[in-house]
Write a protein that binds this ligand. Structure first.
Ligand code: NAG
Length: 311
């Protein structure tokens, strides 16, 4: 490993210490990710295929869901294959360029995910509280706009964060205490003044978390509408579908905000375990949580499998 005391970090290598830093536990996480990654890919791919092949699912809710699956496929591909490949090759090295690439796409896709989740909640709120105006409000143009906005915000958030990190110097501190190049863990290693980077990181987490407000408002509208109609069945149905959405959503925002809204000095290796939650587990759970409790989706999946078997 080269020890460089200048700001030429461009041809420097970083060491990814892994989730735990202990060899036996790394073997466990290798097996875990080896299971999680294909499940994530196949689960999300099946959702996209099922939605696009069934004309009854050609409406905003399912288009957003297909978009969420599309993003999740790439999101999990930013970090998991590199971790798996390094473990197989018996190396922990990642180049500085590779590091910044991971960082960029992790922030961009994570934010896109977050804004699509908000679009999905908004869509449900409109469908339940203003059913008569639903098709006018959620017209194809509005849906496309919400999707495009998610991608624009994601990339607009990732670009400055990555450029600012690219300018840092590391003075030989190259051991990232995680299984991928996470921004907070990189900032902690820098020997330059990171005051501005930190400020920008908090702004970035703020931008990421804003959709949570929209999600909460949407669900409040859903619940208040449902509770006004005295039907136990309707109430139970709303609570069971929205309940599972809320579980994933709070898990997702809870871990990200709990992770980044605090001083860098409090970071330790065990925080890598928290990042496993949103880097690996949430993208895997999304297709199951949003689809499998849904009757139309189950019918579409059944049709897809039948067609697959008969062809
Ligand atoms: C994403 O949403 C748009 C607009 O609703 C839709 O046209 C497109 O097919 C969706 N993308 C995927 C991968 O399903």
């Amino acid at each position: 490993m080269s020890m460089k005391e200048d700001n030429q970090s461009s041809n420097m290598d970083f060491i990814l210490l892994g989730v735990s830093g202990h060899q036996e536990q790394e073997d466990f996480f290798f097996i875990l990710f080896l299971l999680i990654y294909p499940i994530t890919l196949i689960g999300n791919l099946v959702i996209i295929l099922a939605i696009h092949s069934d004309i009854r699912l050609h409406n905003p809710m399912y288009f957003f869901l297909a978009n969420l699956s599309f993003v999740d496929i790439f999101f999990s591909s930013v970090t998991l294959p590199k971790m798996l490949a390094n473990h197989i090759l018996g190396t922990k090295v990642i180049s500085f360029g590779g590091c910044l690439t991971q960082m960029y796409f992790m922030i961009a896709l994570g934010n896109t995910d977050s804004y699509i989740l908000a679009a999905m909640a908004y869509d449900r709120a409109v469908a339940i509280s203003r059913p008569l105006h639903y098709t006018t409000i959620m017209n194809p143009w509005c849906c496309a706009l919400l999707v495009v906005r998610s991608w624009v915000v994601g990339n607009a958030n990732a670009l400055p964060q990555t450029l600012l990190t690219a300018k840092l110097s590391f003075c030989g501190h190259q051991e990232v205490a995680n299984f991928y190049c996470d921004m907070a863990f990189l900032l902690k290693l820098s020997c330059t003044d990171i005051y501005f980077n930190l400020k920008m990181m908090y702004v970035g987490v703020g931008v990421f978390s804003m959709p949570l407000l929209c999600i909460i408002i949407s669900y409040v509208r859903v619940f208040s509408t449902v509770l006004r109609v005295p039907s136990t069945k309707g109430v139970l149905k709303a609570f069971s579908t929205c309940g599972s959405h809320l579980t994933v959503v709070s898990l997702y925002y809870g871990t990200v905000m709990g992770m980044y809204f605090r001083p860098l000095t409090s970071y330790s290796l065990k925080d890598a375990l928290i990042t496993v939650m949103y880097m690996a587990v949430t993208p895997m759970l999304n297709p199951f949580i949003y689809s499998l409790r849904n009757r139309d989706m189950k019918a579409a999946l059944g049709k897809l499998f039948h067609r697959g078997i008969s062809s």
